[in-house]
Write a protein that binds this ligand. Sequence first.
Ligand code: SAM
Length: 642
Amino acid sequence: MSNDPTEETMPPQELQHNIEFEQLLEYLRRSRGFDFTGYKRASLMRRVNKRMHLVGANSYTHYTDYLEVHPEEFARLFDTILINVTAFFRDPSAWEAISSLVIPRILAGKRPGDPIRIWSAGCASGEEAYTLAIVLAEALGIEAFRERVKIYATDVDEEALARARQASYTAREVQSIPHELLAKYFEENNGRFTFHKDLRRSVIFGRHDLIQDAPISRIDLLSCRNTLMYLNTETQARILERLHFALHERGFLFLGKAETLLTYNTTFIPVDLKRRIFAKVARGNLRDRLLVMARTGSEEAVNHLVGHVRIRESAFDAAPVAQVVVDFGGTLTLANERSRGLFNIASTDLGRPLQDLQLSYRPAELRSCIDRAYTERREIILKDVAWSIGVSETTYFDVYVTPLMDAGGSILGASVTFIDTTTAKRIADEHQRSARELETAYEELQSTNEELETTNEELQSTVEELETTSEELQSTNEELETMNEELQSTNEELETVNEELRRRSDELKRVNTFLESILGSLRGAVVVVDPEFLILVWNPKAEDLWGLRAEEVRSKNLLNLDIGLPVERLKPALRSCLSGEVPFQDLSLDATNRRGKAIVCRITCTPMTSADAAIIGVILMMNEEADGSTGERGGPPSAAAP
Ligand SMILES: C[S@@+](CC[C@H](N)C(=O)[O-])C[C@H]1O[C@@H](n2cnc3c(N)ncnc32)[C@H](O)[C@@H]1O
């Protein structure tokens, strides 16, 4: 919420405009160290607007952006804001007053050879500082000037200071200098006039911001002309405080023609109000004021002082706290309105001895306190003094007994101030009670707090545990994911293997079918046995011949079969084949086929070899011999030639 009532009634657009302007000022302060917030808004805005118009910026925000992109614009803006208008002997009558009134008094207050310190604050391009130099050199003589005078010339504007240091001016710029002084103090060269170099050494230029920088001290004459008028009232008042401090006890202040503020200022007294020349007054010291008045001797100043004394008396009378003043002889000298009302002091009591008045012992024994304040030369404070006006009503005071001393330390009397502390005391009591309650509440809160802290710690540890578990779960998850991936790849491999197997199995089936069809197509019976004589193959013709199905005989020992063939007689032939002694063996055996018919069976035994030529069984080809065929029936088997 704003404290400024105008802000509340301001149209929103204007308010926004002002906010943007303040932001621009803040930007200038931050980026360049120039604080323009204390300058009068209307004229400051006018000058900023001028620059904005020239660069084509249509708002303060836009102009701030422009400054950021074009830093060279800062110098142009400052040049526009800081008006450097000045002249030698500006307002000539004021300079006459400086020469005739002020400088003689400064010199009178000094011993021969004492330094003289001058300050030209807001000196612009130096004309004022060199005018001061001329005036003082004229008063002292050039030699003494060089030895005794120091002129500090300061400004916030570096460019103006650079011009001032050059001390070189055009004919137009020096035209306000009286001819003889121009000839005496300047050298002419190519139509320019330069202030004498050896006198220039007494003029010291430097950058100084009146708003932000500490003042120079012990100044005899301070010229701050046409600079304060650009600043708002509060800033002017702040700077005046510093200028007051800067001045020597008997120093003088020289302002510009348009600068009127000091009419209301109590720390300076006019020497020549019209010419804006003032003398410093030590703050609050009436006696000094009278002395200054005597020094200045002006009627204007006396009137000013009388008015000032009246204001002080009214202020004392109107003070919100009861106050009385007793002189060193014990006489009641002053009693303000509030004290008169409170303690029944009549106007006739003023001038009477304090000891004759009830006030001397009620509400507090004052005389001993006053004596103590005198002896110890310090303020004596009585706390919470009770004062009962009616039956029930009690008022409390803090009583301050202050010794009053002049500048030399002599005691003039005592001021007694009664500060009503009833409300403060009530509030303090209430405060104490509340404090006690608060303390209890605080203790309870503390124990609750401790509990909470424990709970919090537990929670924290739970949270930590949860976090650990979560991390573990995450890693397990990652492991599972890896395993899953591995499984997936194994699965893929298995599927490939499976496919291969399926392919082989198909191949095998195909080969088997092919083999079976060969075996089925053969005209003779074929039996294959392994080295243990266990039957591996028994083709359909063998089924036909011996009356047993392949399933019935597979894996059975051939030599154990009862099929109408004297199988035991096969044994030697099978053995010979298995041993590899002969490539084959033929033999004919008498047998009985499945239909019970006696037949002669011609059998050829051939060793069955593997791919690596190992004998892995015997192939027996069996055929029923036609009648009358020759052969060794039941005889020993014939071996073929290898
Ligand atoms: C109009 S000139 C006055 C020059 C001279 N004093 C005269 O009266 O002829 C005002 C000067 O005050 C300076 N100035 C403005 N603000 C200032 C500040 N905050 N501190 C010091 N100088 C400042 C400006 O730079 C400018 O040079």
